[in-house]
Structure formats: C-alpha cells, structure tokens
Design a protein around this ligand. Structure first.
Ligand code: PMP
Length: 406
C-alpha cells in the first residue's frame, strides 16, 4: 500500500512553488491522471457524443457513458440511469427544485432546510416556496453545529413535502445525521434531497444506505474538473419529473407543436454534454478509490487535530463548531479578535498561504452565529504536517502585522 504522502507528487501545482493551499472546500487541486484523462479525450476521441454514427462519436459516447457507470458504482446507485450529469451542485439542486419542487409542493405545504445550508441549497427552495405559497422552515444546530433529534422531529411534520439538507456543512465541517433525518422524513411522507458537495470528497457515500431520494455533488471539489456535477435521483421519481432544460438530445420526437422526451438519464441532459468533464470526473473517482477513503479520513483527521491544537494556543482565536477535530471533515472556520477575516486572508497570502475569508455562501448561518464573515482553512489528504506548521507560524504573526503588540 502506498504511503499517503506519495500521492502529492501527482499534483504539479502543489509542487510548483512554496504555496500552502488550504482552500480545498472551495475547490480541490487535480492530479496529473485527471488532467491526462481530459486531454486524452480531446486528443483521441473528440466528437459530439450521443449524435454521430461514426467511430469518433461512438468512442466519445462510450467514454461518456462509461463515466456514468463509474459514478453510479461510486455512490451505490441502483442503475446508471439514476445519474444525471450537470454543471455542479448548484445546478443539480436547481434541477430538483424546478422539476420536482414546483410540481409537488403546494400552498400550505412546508419545505425543511437547515440554517447551515450553502446558498445553493437555500435559494432554489426560497423560489419554490415563494411561487407555491409554501413555508420554508429552518432546522437550527447547537453550538457545535449539531442538529438534534428533537430539532428535526419537531420541525419535520405531516405538512413537510421536501427536506433539503447538507451532508457536511462547508462552514462548520459537521456531518449531519442524514440517515436518521431521511428515516424520519420518510415516516412523514416527505422526500429528502441531500447536498453532498462537502461529503463526497471525504467519505464513502452509499445513496441507498443513506436512503436519499436525491443526492447532489460537484466534480471540482473531489479532484475532478470544474463544470461537471452530478445529480443522483431515485429512478421512479426522475421518471415522473418534467425536464429542467429543454433542447437538443433530450427528446424522442418533436413536432411543430409538441415533443416527447428521451428516456432517463438523457431527458435531463439538454444540449451538448460535458463529456471530457465526465471522463475527468471518472478518473478522479478512480484516483480517490485507489487512495482509499480510510486513508483519506485518517490523514485529514491527523492534520486537523494538529491544526486545531496549534490554533487553540492562540487565545485570541475562536474556532466554530465541534471541539473534536474528527468532526470537522478537514474544515476549520475561525475568527481572530480585532482582525477582519479579509485581512487574515490577505496577510496570509503575503506569505503564500491560501485560505478563504468571507461569508462562504452561507449568510443565514453567519447571521445565526452573529458574524458578518469568518476565515476558513480547509484541508485535503494531499496536505502535509509541514504545511500545517507553516500555516500556524504565519497565523501567529497576523495580529502583529495588523498593528497589535507581539
Ligand atoms: N453546497 C455546499 C455545501 C458547498 O460547499 C458548495 C460549494 N462551496 C456548493 C453547494 C455549491 O457547489 P458548486 O459551486 O460547485 O455548485
């Protein structure tokens, strides 16, 4: 078995200078194997997939559909038809809101989400509730970011039609009890949409075990290319939904006044597809499977523990969420007394340390914790102990640079 440190050599960008990249929750880096797979598609099989009857187009179609099978196996879908390729998590969640939400949520119904959601899992449901005169209900976590059983059992009721919940919060790093929430929501007759953007890169996902009706994620956060995302949906639900986007490739037959739609999954994939993106994502999945999620989690937990231990020695730093590094999924969100998060990020950037600062597209959560913005360091398995040391060293200088005494 390879040592976890051996994989870093595959990421040219990480080895090209002295940058410490701790913004992995925003987007990951890609190994050469993924870059080569994308390039190989264009170099050897480029033609419009699903259209041509000649060799290159057939090869492009095969590569695209093989990638769908890889994704289906990766998340435990019952069949590849349940895998819809989209641009990203945002598009996947919009697809569910427009194609399922608008047709199945009615006046007086309720949609339950949490206050920790990314805007991508808030705005589509605000739209549905506004258009259908339904109520948007928010689950609230405790101090550690945990949504308790009492909380979800009191807010998911017979009026709930949809529960849309993040698997892992991009701010708190906490893993929500999705399996338990799904079981409870089902007992009330609701369907459950899971935003897996921050869980899929870090843990083994099995959509059937979770019981999710829909599960969305992005390729770019898990070593894959930007511009390719996935929506898993249970076949019987997808079959009964109307298309989100219309146009080429998603039809069976069109007349001047009407159209019949293609079978799944193509009904939801209008226009020329992102075939090289799908091929790159499949390669990213093979890469992650080769590293193994046990090794990924172990490395992330080790680094997060070092990071949080070092940060806890600086009394002016506040870390949000759990005190337990194992419950952070590599995400550590923090503030420094008297220093704006944008200044933290800019000062660290002067030392070639990349972190995120701002509202992290989670403004209702910022309002809930009483902050306008926060700083966030987020790790992935290819980060190193040495990088954590550099980060801590540079972090300890931030207040001084901002004019506070040493
Ligand atoms: N949900 C969560 C939890 C996220 O962290 C993100 C990305 N920051 C998204 C949704 C949106 O992902 P994308 O920008 O790829 O659509």
């Amino acid at each position: 078995m390879a040592n976890i440190g051996d994989y870093r050599k595959d990421f040219d960008i990480l080895n090209s200078g002295d940058y410490v990249y701790f913004d992995n929750a925003a987007t990951s880096q890609r190994p050469n194997q993924v870059l080569d797979a994308i390039s190989n598609f264009y170099r050897t099989a480029n033609a419009n997939p699903l259209r041509g009857l000649y060799d290159w187009s057939i090869a492009a179609t095969d590569m695209y559909e093989d990638s769908r099978r890889v994704v289906a196996d990766f998340i435990g879908a019952a069949t590849p038809e349940e895998i819809i390729f989209t641009r990203n998590t945002s598009e996947s969640l919009n697809l569910v809101a427009y194609s399922y939400g608008l047709d199945n949520v009615s006046e007086g119904d309720e949609v339950v989400i949490s206050v920790m959601e990314h805007h991508s899992n808030i705005l589509p449901w605000q739209m549905v509730c506004r258009k259908k005169n339904a109520k948007l209900v928010y689950l609230e976590p405790d101090e550690e970011g945990v949504i308790s059983k009492e909380e979800y059992e009191s807010k998911i009721t017979d009026r709930t039609k949809v529960v849309a919940i993040g698997h892992v919060s991009n701010v708190m790093g906490v893993t929500n009890p999705v399996k338990e929430i799904v079981a409870y929501a089902k007992s009330k007759g609701a369907i459950v949409v899971v935003d897996g953007a921050q869980s899929t890169p870090h843990m083994k996902i099995n959509v059937q075990d979770l019981g999710a009706d829909f599960f969305a994620f992005s390729g770019h956060k898990m070593l894959g290319p930007m511009g390719i995302g996935v929506l898993y949906g249970r076949k019987e639900l997808l079959e009964n939904m109307s298309p989100f986007l219309t146009g080429g490739e998603m039809i069976e037959y069109v007349t001047r006044t009407d159209a019949t739609y293609a079978e799944l999954p193509h009904k939801f994939e209008a226009g020329t597809v992102n075939a090289s993106g799908a091929v790159g994502l499949a390669e990213a999945i093979r890469y992650l499977q080769n590293v193994g999620f046990e090794a990924i989690e172990a490395q992330e937990q080790k680094l997060t523990a070092l990071l949080m231990e070092g940060m806890s020695k600086l009394p002016y730093i506040k870390i949000y969420g759990s005190k337990d590094p194992k419950k952070h999924c590599g995400i550590v969100t923090f503030t420094i007394d008297g220093v704006h998060p944008h200044d933290i990020s800019s000062v660290l950037n002067d030392d070639h340390v990349c972190i995120r600062a701002g509202h992290h597209c989670a403004q209702p959560l910022m309002q809930f914790i009483g902050e306008g913005s926060t700083a966030r360091a987020s790790l992935y398995f290819y980060n190193t102990e040495e990088e954590v040391k550099i980060f801590l060293e540079k972090l300890a200088k931030v207040r001084e640079v901002m004019g506070y005494g040493a």
